[in-house]
Design a protein around this ligand. Structure first.
Ligand code: FMN
Ligand code: SF4
Length: 672
């Protein structure tokens, strides 16, 4: 299929250059800072870091914000021996490590070679010290140490000193992180800054810390790099600043004449709203805050971000004067080439971010030690594996015949990768559409963007010439009759049934069937949950949105324990809006006539609930390996060859979408 001709004109503003202080950004598309943890050694600028972030520059993103750089935390002398566990405090600032400036310089060269610019974010992210001793992050009650004047002086010095090091590496811009509960925000916030000295007080007084900080940085680096801030457009917390007060504070900060850009977003690192907006949140909903700053501030360029996944929306934000630059960060994780594809008019080839937040969830997942935590994206298997995939781009030495059975995420991705590499691929799907479980997830309120992944796969399989056969469930014999060189069984999984007395009765149904619209559900519903991800709240939301009375009974301490903290607020907010009641520590012991008997997860006490019309089970799923087992037994094709056999995705082990996509892609590579 021939690519359509370039349609650059439809994105006229998006692809126009912009001068921001001393740097020229080649277009308006920005990778705002995203600490996804691309380096093998956390915090370093190594080959993996380069491969991940330079891919976006290669793909046409003009502004590369890469990952945040944590600054030194100057401890007061009297606390020099203290250790601060679990606070994000860094005692060995990496920018002071030997070789750091050189490695950052290499990164800058690689980004420049693609015509893009490097902007580095400097962060004092700690909840140990703050303007006042008020807990900063609402979900924890950590009381910080209030900074005294000498500590403030040390910290201001740290920012200026660090900026100078980054300029030595030749970076184009320096961004001071003042959003997301970082230290400068604790000074700006009327909720967090309760000081009565010169660093606290009215809106102007609360900007003093930031004004001094910027003047100090500017004094050290002059015009060697653009200088800007990242700021929350409103605090969205009790007694926090609102957009009106932000505008007042920004006018005082702008008076310093130090600002080349202002990067504005909204949200915090917990609850609702989150600055990494999940799928439940609309696109660019805080755009008016960008527009207001653009009206107020004469000099600095305004960068706005917040779930802009589509180049069309980005262009519209620019055209309607909401901003001068658009953050499209997860858009670039999901598809580092999206900018070039948009510029060239290859819009249907863009793999869109679905707002699942797996990327940020994984990057802050404290269950996995830093050293072993790899970046991940649900829809893009190359994330975190860029070097591995780069080595696999060469076309195969011979074309193989590859049969994939099952058109869920794993099957589609296996077929897509294999066909793109030049193999001859046939994909069988028993349903009427590709997508498998992704289609079910997309039925839940606020999850419709998941369908984008299905649409992407459909158009990719067509583009790469995969022979897709829907409503087809071939037997092992029929598959072998095709004389395949390789077969991938991506036959997915089936919902799990517990062997609890009474569950196999008419008014007990599976959550999957509810989402698929196959189950009849009454007005009073008990959702019994043995699952810790999004499935339980998705099913409950789906039913509550139909006006049903829903109660969740969860096996352990809390539902959604595997949901990232950037999404959980929106998820729980929806359940609150739907008046969904949640009971925890409940193990189902029996069901009969709308009565449920539970045994406590923590002792042997039994608890009874009654009056339910329907019981919905959300118990996870178990692999469907029937076809794989048959093929293993059948062995050879009619001509006597033995195809390579793979068990892929949920058919191997049911996990999350990212795992299915990655597994599928690996198989698509491994067939030769
Ligand atoms: C994995 C990940 C890590 C992030 N880390 C940072 C960070 O260190 N500093 C920051 O200011 N924003 C960080 N962000 C927020 C992004 O800069 C951006 O504001 C957010 O993803 C919303 O924009 P988007 O909808 O274009 O992705 C991170 C986002 C992601 C996905
Ligand atoms: S993991 Fe999900 S939210 Fe993150 S970039 Fe990929 S699709 Fe978007």
């Amino acid at each position: 299929m021939n690519a359509p001709p370039p349609t650059t004109n439809s994105f006229e503003r998006l692809f126009s250059p912009l001068k921001v202080g001393p740097m020229t950004v080649p277009n308006r598309i920005c990778e705002t800072t995203n600490t996804i943890g691309a380096a093998q050694m956390p915090g370093f600028v190594d080959d993996s870091f380069m491969a991940h972030h330079v891919a976006k520059a290669k793909g046409g993103t003009g502004w590369i914000g890469s990952e945040t750089f944590l600054l030194d935390l100057p401890l007061p002398d009297e606390a020099a021996d203290e250790f601060f566990p679990g606070t994000g405090a860094v005692r060995f600032p990496l920018y002071k490590m030997p070789g750091f400036v050189e490695s950052l310089g290499r990164f800058r060269e690689a980004v420049h070679a693609e015509g893009s610019v490097v902007v580095c974010q400097l962060t004092l992210l700690n909840f140990t010290m703050a303007a006042s001793s008020v807990p900063i992050v609402e979900c924890y009650d950590w009381v910080p140490h209030p900074l005294d004047a000498s500590e403030i002086a040390k910290i201001l010095h740290t920012y200026a000193e660090a900026a100078e090091e980054f300029v030595k590496a030749g970076v184009d811009g320096i961004e001071i992180h003042c959003a997301h509960e970082t230290l400068p925000q604790t000074f700006l916030s009327p909720a967090l800054n309760q000081r009565t000295d010169e660093w606290g007080g009215d809106a102007r007084a609360r900007t003093k810390f930031l004004r001094e900080l910027l003047l100090g940085v500017k004094e050290r680096i002059g015009d060697a790099a653009a200088v800007g801030i990242r700021i929350s457009g409103q605090e969205a917390r009790e007694d926090g600043y609102d957009p009106v007060e932000l505008r007042e504070m920004m006018s005082h900060v702008a008076e310093t004449g130090t600002l080349d850009f202002v990067n504005v977003d909204v949200g915090h690192c917990w609850g609702k709203p989150s600055y990494v907006q999940p799928s439940y949140v609309g696109h660019a909903i805080y755009r008016d805050i960008g527009r207001a700053l653009k009206v107020d501030l004469d000099g600095p360029a305004i960068l706005f971000s917040g779930r802009v996944t589509d180049p069309g929306i980005a262009e519209q934000l620019l055209q309607s004067e909401c901003c001068d630059l658009v953050g499209m960060t997860r858009a670039g994780i999901a598809d580092p080439e999206f900018a070039n594809k948009a510029r060239d008019g290859r819009l249907s080839e863009i793999r869109r971010c679905i707002g699942c937040n797996r990327c940020i969830g994984q990057s802050v997942n404290s269950d996995v030690p830093d050293m072993f935590r790899k970046p991940v994206c649900s829809v893009n298997p190359e994330v975190g594996n860029e070097i591995f995939y780069a080595g696999k781009q060469a076309p195969p030495s011979e074309t193989r015949r590859f049969v994939v059975v099952g058109g869920g995420a794993a099957g589609c991705e296996a077929a897509r990768v294999a066909a793109r590499r030049g193999h001859e691929v046939t994909l069988f799907e028993r349903g009427t559409r590709l997508g498998g479980q992704v289609n079910l997830a997309a039925k839940a309120p606020g999850r419709d963007s998941f369908e984008d992944f299905v649409i992407f796969q459909e158009s990719q399989l067509e583009l790469h010439g995969v022979d897709v056969r829907l409503e087809a469930e071939p037997s092992a014999r029929e598959i072998l009759a095709l004389e395949p060189d390789a077969v991938a069984c991506a036959t997915g999984s089936q919902p799990r049934w517990p062997d609890t007395p009474g569950v196999r009765s008419a008014n007990v149904v599976q959550g999957w069937d509810v989402l698929a619209g196959k189950a009849e559900v009454g007005e009073r519903v008990a959702v019994v949950s043995h699952e810790d991800g999004f499935e339980t709240p998705n099913v409950a939301d789906f039913l509550a949105a139909q006006g049903k009375h829903v109660e969740i009974f969860h096996k352990w301490l809390a539902i959604g324990s595997q949901i990232d903290r950037y999404s959980i607020g929106a998820v729980m907010g929806q359940l609150v809006d739907g008046d969904v009641a949640i009971h925890t520590g409940m193990r189902l012991a029996g069901v009969a006539d709308g009565k449920l008997e539970f045994v406590s997860a923590f002792n042997d006490r039994n608890v009874r609930f009654e009056g339910f019309d329907t019981v919905v089970l959300v118990y996870g799923s178990q692999p469907d390996t029937r076809l794989y087992d048959e093929l293993k037994l059948a062995g050879t094709t009619p001509t006597g060859s033995t195809p390579k056999l793979f068990l892929v995705g949920a058919a191997w082990v049911p996990r999350v979408l990212a795992d299915a996509t990655q597994h599928g892609a690996r198989v698509g590579m491994e067939i030769g």
